[in-house]
Design a protein around this ligand. Structure first.
Ligand code: FAD
Ligand code: DHB
Length: 409
């Protein structure tokens, strides 16, 4: 007999989505168990996102998770767009009524969330092997896994699938239920973390004929930089000197000097857009990368995960308080409205800023025309800015307004 226990919501995955959901539900008095495949050290050290939308910062602060973020996070009110050797500043804050993003690494968000979970005393199980979800069709969900060599069973009312793009929850949904929307890009990002003060005040997104480059940061003394590479490329082909050489070439601009420093980490990330719809199958609710991913150029992935679980926590609170299923029934549509807006923005930023090696000169000129437009037109810059700093958290489907006679022409 496996060791068996019960909870209200079984959460699979201790990334930002699963940990934040667990935290929000704990504050509502809802029991959860978080089951994570990797170790605490691995989860806390996995270098990924760095940019929090204003709404994400507010959610974390309101949930009592903001102390270190407010102290150590860097507030940015603009970005630089660089192409043809020229730099253009997009004053995002001015264009959006004062909204800003926060530079605060996903590693730090995850550390804060893990600490809060441990302090709460609620269960968080690392290093769970062979995690499986059963009983969805019978509406008697049970999560089985192996911990310290022992088979375990977790019975629950609902399962939150927060196990990322390669997790087990989405594949547990029977074939034919989900519609999949997908685009794979013909390039990838090679990222480095460098022990050197950033050479810029705000992030630089650069389009260059040799490929895209991004200068980001983690703190006043740590830089994070990316270069576009071939998706089949290997970090072994990229010694530190080659990475710096490309960064110098691609970020070059009058008056700009890139400081080099020791490389602390280096990895390659493929680029993909993906949406699975709907985000629910019976008692299984998908959230974050388990349901959708975006290419990193728009800095939206982590922020979408936070937006999903904010909607989900409210729906679950009302379900457990008075049995109302309305929030759960609306969950997928409400999240997907925002997800598709972010999908478009991420695709748009990505295709505007990356030369596509398989495209012809016409495609390149279109991207350049779009960049010129964003840099010259306040309307176009405002559109970029409001998407980048993040649309209101409640970005729900709007009923289509009937066209007036004059609008019809
Ligand atoms: P994940 O972080 O993937 O967490 C899923 C968790 O589930 C993991 O801990 C995993 O170990 C666990 N798991 C997987 N399988 C199982 C299983 N079978 N059983 C149990 N547990 C399992 N987003 C932004 O918003 N801004 C950015 O600036 C940004 N930059 C990025 C840069 C890079 C280089 C990359 C790679 C991503 C970036 N993102 C960015 C995207 C962001 O990192 C993700 O969208 C975010 O991690 C999603 O969180 P999640 O909790 O849904 O999934
Ligand atoms: C970072 C990552 C992004 O995808 C992005 O658009 C901006 C910054 C980062 O890792 O710092």
């Amino acid at each position: 007999m496996p060791c068996s226990e019960r909870t209200q919501v079984a959460i699979i995955g201790a990334g930002p989505a699963g940990l934040l959901l667990g935290h929000l539900l704990h504050r509502q008095g809802i029991d959860t168990v978080i089951v994570e495949a990797r170790s605490r050290e691995y989860v806390e050290a996995r270098i990924r996102a760095g940019i929090l939308e204003q709404g994400t910062r507010e959610v974390l602060a309101e949930a009592g998770l903001g102390d270190r973020m407010e102290r150590e996070g860097l507030l940015h009110g603009g970005i630089h767009l660089r192409f043809d050797g020229r730099n253009h500043h997009i004053p995002m804050s001015e264009l959006t009524g004062g909204r800003q993003v926060t530079v605060y690494g996903q590693t730090e968000v995850v550390k804060d969330l893990v600490l809060a979970r441990i302090e709460s005393g609620a269960p968080l199980r690392f290093e769970c092997a062979d995690v499986r979800v059963h009983g969805l069709d019978a509406d008697e969900p049970v999560v089985r896994y192996v911990l310290d060599g022992e088979e375990r069973e977790l019975r629950c009312e609902l399962v939150a699938g927060c196990d990322g793009f390669h997790g087990v929850c989405r594949p547990s949904i029977p074939a034919g239920v989900l519609s999949i929307f997908e685009r794979v890009y013909p390039y990838a990002w090679l990222g480095i973390l460098a022990d050197v003060a950033p050479s810029t005040d705000e992030l630089i997104y650069a389009r260059h004929e040799r490929g895209f480059a991004l200068h980001s940061m983690r703190s006043p003394s740590i830089s994070r930089l990316y270069v576009q590479v071939d998706p089949g490329d290997d970090v072994g082909h990229w010694p530190d000197e080659r990475v710096w050489e490309e960064l110098h070439l691609r970020l070059a601009c009058e008056g700009f000097a890139l400081e080099e420093g020791p490389v602390l980490e280096k990895s390659i990330t493929p680029m993909r857009s993906f949406v699975a719809s709907p985000m629910r199958y019976r008692s299984l609710l998908l959230a974050g990368d388990a349901a959708h991913i975006v290419p990193p150029t728009g800095a939206k992935g982590l922020n979408l995960a936070v937006a999903d679980v904010t909607v989900l926590a409210l729906a679950l609170a009302s379900y457990f308080a008075d049995g109302s299923a309305t929030g759960l029934d609306e969950y997928s549509d409400r999240c997907l409205a925002r997800v598709w807006r972010a999908q478009h923005f991420s695709w748009w930023m990505t295709t505007m800023l990356h030369p596509d090696p398989s495209d012809d000169a016409y495609g390149g000129e279109l991207a350049r025309a779009q960049l010129e437009y964003v840099c010259r037109s306040e309307a176009a810059a405002t559109s970029l800015a409001e998407n980048y700093v993040g649309l209101a958290l409640e970005w729900s489907p709007q009923p289509a307004a009937p066209l007036t006679r004059s609008a019809r022409g």
